[in-house]
Structure formats: structure tokens, C-alpha cells
Design a protein around this ligand. Structure first.
Ligand code: ADP
Length: 363
């Protein structure tokens, strides 16, 4: 149906209702009203009142008055309801036309388009839900653009370095040496890690990551992690300790994913804590088990803290690039914790250290 079709249909449906109303009003008035009037006159005659001679004139007078009244009321109601129907149908159709245009503009890529509020409640709620959908689509699109631009940026640096070395080697500008090959290998590894992290992140964000929730006792995992990381610590480096009650209640978690989160947090703590202490802590609160990695490292500035779980976000770009960080680890960690029904948070002070903590639901 065309727009005009909808408008006409609305308009004529109103007119039809009105016409039926008028016809029935006239028909009933014409057939039944004079009869009732005659009946009333006969009743009056019964009481001895002599109306016989005045009766035809009375009836004629009544009919005239009735016809005149009906005529004007029909004119008034037709005009009023006709105008009202026209105005109403126009108003609805105008809003719908506007909505259609906006949605077409939105579909053609103008993602900032929003529907205006309407004083017709049904249309208003339609506008509101369309606008909500538009907001979320705009957000997705924005994140997609950011991801692509971040990604290009991340890929370009190692690729440029590798290409530079290879060209120099080919042209004989530098002599081949184990250090050069090692440098190329490091950059290639960086690319590989980036691709792996990205794959993991995209799976986690899209919800494809298989999460196998089971009742688990995390204490053995915490012990083995501390053991594993303690082996990597240098003499002059930080100390690593486990602060955990001897018995832990069972949590509903995927042990591999929890390990992945803790490995990332401990890895970061080691990376950003040149000297001092790192602690892996566990404690129980009603309904949940909390795990935290605390360090006395370089800390994170307040302006970086709100963004630290965003992908590719690195508080100190040059330093973490040097250390091989991709800025994806915490984004994955957050998603993995959320997929297990928990939440992750950070507290940090520049120069003093950081605490990353998250909870998992108890069985
Ligand atoms: P990356 O792979 O770069 O470590 P993450 O997502 O794991 O990526 O971390 C993002 C950024 O958060 C890091 O680049 C670093 O700047 C900051 N960060 C993470 N953990 C710590 C920490 N324990 N101490 C100080 N800064 C940290």
C-alpha cells in the first residue's frame, strides 16, 4: 500500500463510521420519533384534552423543527468529524513518513540519525526503541572502526621493522648476524601473539568461547601458578607470595579460563614490578570467592584507569610495546571473568602499585 493509500484508508474509515452514524440517526428519528410523539398526543387526548384540531399542525411543526435541527447537527458533525479525521490521519501519516525517511537515511549509513519524539504514544515508543537500537548499532560501528584502525597501527610497526631488516640484508647494508635474525624472529613472534590474542578476544567478545563451568577447588591452581611464576623471578626482582586460606570453598568456574586470567594478571604484575612484592590473594565473601593480584610496581595513572580493560589500551605505549604487550590481555581477562559470571576491577596508584581483583560465584 502506498502512503496515500494508508492516509485515504484512515480518512475514509472515519468518514464511513460517521456516515453510518448519521444514517441511523436520521432513520431512527424519522421512523420512531414521530410515532412516540403521536402516542404522547393520544395519551393527552385520553385525559380529555381536545387536541384533535391542532394535531396536524403540531405534528408538522414538530417534524419541521426536527428536520431543521437534524440538518444543522448533521452539517456540524460532518464538518467536525471530517476535519478531525483528516487532521488525525495526516498527523499519523506524517510521523510515519518521517520515520520511514529517517530509517532509510540510517540504513544508507547516516548513523547519527534519530527519530524525533511524537505526541502519539504508540509512535513515541516506536521512536524510542528505534533510537535505542540506533545507539547500539552506532556503538558497534564505532568500535569496529576503532578496532580496524588500532589493528592497522599494531600490525604496521612489526611489519615495518621486519621489512627494514630484510631489505638491508638483501642489499648488503648490514651483515647477517644471529642478533639480526633474533630481532626479526622477535617481531614475527609479536605478530603471531597479536593474531592469537585477537582471535581469542574476538571469540570471547562474540561469545563463541566454550566456557565449561564446573564446581572447582582453586587452591591447587593458585599454588601451582605461584610456583610456576616464582621460577621466573630474578634474584633482584620482586618476591611472589600466595595469601590464601588453607581450605577454599568450591566455585562454579572454568578452571582453564580462570588460569588464563590469573596468568595474564601475574604476567602483567611481573612485567610492571621491577622490585618489591607481588601477592596472589584469595578470600571468601558471601556468595563469591575473590581473587586478587597485588603488586608494588609502577602503578597506573588515574586517567588511564577507566580505560585499562579496553582492548589495545596501554598506559605507557612505548614501554609496553617494547615489552611485547599488545594491550589485549586485560580485555580478554575481563570478558573471561564476565563469561564465568564474575566481575573484574582495578585499583592503582602511580608509583605505588596496583591491585587487580575479580570474583567467581560460589557453588
Ligand atoms: P599488555 O599486553 O600490553 O600487557 P594488558 O591488556 O594486559 O596488555 O594491559 C594493558 C595495560 O595496562 C598495559 O599496557 C599496562 O600499561 C597496564 N597494566 C596492566 N597491568 C599492570 C600492572 N600490574 N601495573 C601497571 N600497569 C599495568
Amino acid at each position: 500500500m502506498t502512503r496515500w493509500g494508508l492516509r485515504s484508508r484512515l480518512f475514509f474509515s472515519h468518514i464511513l463510521v460517521m456516515t453510518v452514524g448519521i444514517i441511523s440517526l436520521v432513520a431512527i428519528g424519522k421512523i420512531s420519533s414521530p410515532r412516540f410523539f403521536v402516542l404522547k398526543l393520544e395519551q393527552l387526548e385520553g385525559t380529555g384534552f381536545r387536541l384533535r384540531y391542532a394535531r396536524p399542525q403540531l405534528i408538522e411543526g414538530f417534524e419541521n423543527a426536527w428536520y431543521r435541527g437534524t440538518f444543522w447537527s448533521v452539517i456540524a458533525s460532518t464538518t467536525a468529524s471530517g476535519a478531525l479525521s483528516y487532521w488525525l490521519s495526516r498527523r499519523i501519516v506524517q510521523s510515519l513518513t518521517q520515520m520511514e525517511q529517517m530509517t532509510q537515511q540510517f540504513a544508507s549509513g547516516q548513523l547519527d540519525r534519530r527519530l524525533p519524539a511524537s505526541d502519539i504514544p504508540e509512535l513515541n515508543s516506536l521512536s524510542a526503541s528505534f533510537n535505542r537500537m540506533a545507539d547500539s548499532l552506532e556503538g558497534v560501528e564505532q568500535r569496529r572502526r576503532e578496532l580496524i584502525s588500532d589493528l592497522t597501527h599494531e600490525l604496521r610497526t612489526p611489519l615495518t621493522i621486519v621489512r627494514g631488516y630484510l631489505e638491508e640484508l638483501a642489499e648488503g647494508g648490514i651483515a647477517p648476524s644471529p642478533e639480526i635474525y633474533l630481532q626479526i624472529a622477535t617481531e614475527t613472534k609479536r605478530l603471531e601473539r597479536l593474531v592469537n590474542d585477537l582471535q581469542e578476544l574476538s571469540k570471547a567478545e562474540a561469545g563463541y568461547l566454550a566456557i565449561n563451568l564446573q564446581p572447582v577447588n582453586l587452591r591447587p591452581l593458585l599454588e601451582s601458578l605461584v610456583q610456576r611464576f616464582a621460577d621466573q623471578l630474578l634474584e633482584e626482582g620482586p618476591t611472589l607470595s600466595l595469601q590464601c586460606p588453607p581450605q577454599l570453598p568450591l566455585v562454579l568456574a572454568d578452571i582453564d579460563r580462570t588460569e588464563q586470567v590469573l596468568v595474564n594478571l601475574l604476567g602483567n604484575a611481573l612485567l610492571y614490578t621491577p622490585t618489591g612484592a607481588i601477592a596472589l590473594c584469595a578470600w571468601v565473601e558471601p556468595g563469591s570467592l575473590w581473587l586478587a593480584v597485588t603488586d608494588t610496581g609502577i602503578g597506573i595513572a588515574p586517567e588511564h584507569l577507566p580505560h585499562i580493560f579496553e582492548r589495545f589500551y596501554r598506559a605507557d605505549r612505548s614501554r609496553s610495546r617494547h615489552s611485547g604487550g599488545t594491550g589485549i590481555g586485560l580485555a580478554i581477562s575481563r570478558r573471561l571473568v564476565e563469561l564465568q559470571g564474575g566481575e573484574i576491577a582495578v585499583e592503582s596508584e602511580l608509583g605505588k602499585g596496583s591491585t587487580f581483583r575479580f570474583f567467581l560465584p560460589l557453588v
